[in-house]
Structures are given as C-alpha cells and as structure tokens.
Design a protein around this ligand. Sequence first.
Ligand code: SAH
Length: 407
Amino acid sequence: MSYLGSTAMTLEKPAIVRLKPGREASVVRRHPWIFSGAIGKVQGSPASGDLVRVFSADDRLLGVGGFSPNSQIRVRLFSFCDVEINPDYFSRQIERAIKRRHTILNHTQRSAFRLVYGESDDLPGLIVDKYSDFLVCQFLFAGIEPWKSTLVDILAEQSGCCGIFERSDASSRLKEGLPKTSGVVWGEQPPETLLINEHEMYFGVDVAGGQKTGFYLDQVENRQFVQQCSKDKTVLNCFSYTGAFSVAALKGGASHAISVDASAAALQLAIDNVARNDIDQSRHTAVEGNAFNVLRSYQQAGQQFDMVILDPPKFAENKKQVPKAARAYKDLSLQASKLIAPGGLLITFSCSGAIDMNLFQKITADALQDAKRHGEIVRYLHQGADHPIALGFPESQYLKGLVCRVN
Ligand code: SAH
C-alpha cells in the first residue's frame, strides 16, 4: 500500500482539510472527529477513505486522518501530529493495543477480551475482539476500510490466532457509504460455537450469527460482581442474550435464575451455557418474550426476586432520542423494582452513550419513586478495562450501570 492508501494513488500528497476559525479546540484536546460543519475548506479532492491532513484556520497542523464524504463525521484522526500513515504505523498501533491489554488483564483467567477499541486505541472505526484462538473484527469507518488487508495481516502476525472473522454488518457502515459484509478474512473458519473461558466460567459464542461480534465482553467485570453477590438469591436476568449474567449468578450460588430475551437463538445458547458450566438445569429457566411485558406479567402473578438485572440494547442512538429512551429506561426500572423483595438488588444498565451516569441515576431515582420504593446505590458499574475511555473522547464511554438496594 502506498503512503496515500489504495484509493488515492494519483495524489502526490494527502488533501488538506482546513477548519473554520475557532473550530480546532476539541481537536487540540485530542477529540478525533471532525464534523462536516467545522470544515472551512477542503484543498484537493479526497475520495472516500483517502488520507487527509487537517489544519486549523491559522495554519497549524492538527493531525492526519481518513476522509469519509458520506458521513457527518467527515474526518477521523489517526494521529494528532504529522506522522506518515503506512503499514508500519498500523503495526505499531496494533502492537501498542495488544501490550496495553497485557498490562491490565489477567490472561490466565480469560480467553476473550477486546484487543482494539477504535478511537480509544487511535484506530478509529476498528474493533477487534479476541475469542480464544480467533479474532473477530469490525471496520466501521470509511477511512479504515482501505487498510483492511494490511490490518488483517498485521493482526494475524501479532496475535498468533488461527483465523480472523469479519463482522462488518453493523448499520453504522451504511452511514459511511460502505456495504455490510461478513465472513472469514484470514485463516480458518471459526467453529459454529466457539468456546471461551472467563473467570472459571465457559461460554459458547456464535461468532458468525450472534450479536455484534458474538459476545458482550464489556460486561466481564460486572459479571464478576454479580457472581459475588448472588448466593442463595433468586435472579431475574432481563435482556439476557446468551445468559452470561445468569451463569455468573448461578456459579455464585443463586438458587434460581430466569433468563428473559426476545431472541430464541440467544436463549438456546443460554441453555447450553448453563449446561456447559455443570449447573443443574432445574436452577435455570429461559423465557422468550418482550422483557417489558414479561416484567408486568410477573407483577400480575405476584412474583418476587432477590435480584433483577436489566441490560437492554441501546435505546438512544443520539441526543435527539434521549427523551424517548429515558422513558423506556424508567419504565423498565419502575416495573423491575416492583418485583424486588425488600433489601434485594436492582442492577440496571444503559449502553446509550448519549445518556450519561448523572441522567441515568436521575431516571432510576424517578422510577423507584414512582414504584413507591426507596433505595441506595451500592455500586457504580462501567465497561471493562479492555474498553478504555480516551480522556479527549467522551463518546468512548458508553456503558453505565447502577446497583441499587431496593427497600
Ligand atoms: N446482558 C447480555 C447482553 C444483552 S444485549 C450479556 O451480558 O451478554 C441486549 C439483548 O436484549 C439482546 O440479546 C436482544 O435480543 C435483547 N432484546 C432486545 N429487545 C428486547 C425486548 N424488548 N425484550 C427482551 N429482549 C430484548
């Protein structure tokens, strides 16, 4: 690949994107996104995926990034200085991302973790999750797309994996003007159900057909918390996906766990995951349904639980959707808290980046108030350490959770 990337062989130097006066402040603070509205002028005619150099209106070089003409996020920066973006550069970045994981994770206790977390690893739009001997990656930005085969080769070499599977089928690809695609991009095809281990638990992951890259690695540390406080508890795990929280609770001594999810395929894996961990099947029930309705039906039946977990999908994709999402989060916590036995735990999550912890706490407080319950937060939960939050890029913080004792 040339200095300019595969789509820009004819240009001698990367095009220049010059910002409007005063619009460089966030970039100077290492925010890697340049929105179309901040751009004063583009010198040259960069195509989708081409490298561009970004300058302030007063001619200071701010960084080098990739160009995405279809997206409101017109440029994402690879670097905040004038560095040559080439295979060596990506090789150094991947090496650094892998090293970072080695300093924060105990690899003897888990075979799966996020190896590359996009902008937080200065690799915008690139997600790489490691599941035992396989990698699963997503290319979610037009500027990273031309480097796919380079990055796949680097990942194969540096990770020593047996195969790399691409899951670039997220709808955010369409905003980048990229088609959805998925399949093996290097080495062996992963087995239909790939086995991983996590703190003495075993899970099957459907890499090709599961959600996102197949498993929710951002919840690993939170599953440990659930395991620690589940002894002798009855647990209702809503939005369970493949039952990872249910397995953690049952391993921690929960007397019974119910996994509720809308996906029959995810629930089948949940049932298999319970068996895989030598847990008596009678301690687990899988319920296929809409969690909003299931919560109401348990109320009608007068059922109570010692712990209710709520981990719904992202309700707010952007700021505009926050009011509607807030109503949905409130409804869930309201319905759930009515089911909690006095002194029991409500563990409620939001993975909507547009809703911050303060707002989520207010929503939860309102829900308990309306349910005529009171409580206290005993723990704040977050995404795991392999999903680091770049200080200059608050968008990298998305998962938040509250553990509330409900009285
Ligand atoms: N807690 C899980 C991840 C949950 S992801 C884990 O740790 O692995 C969100 C899940 O919500 C998905 O499995 C999806 O199928 C499910 N879902 C989405 N809408 C739903 C609804 N209305 N009712 C029940 N499940 C729903």
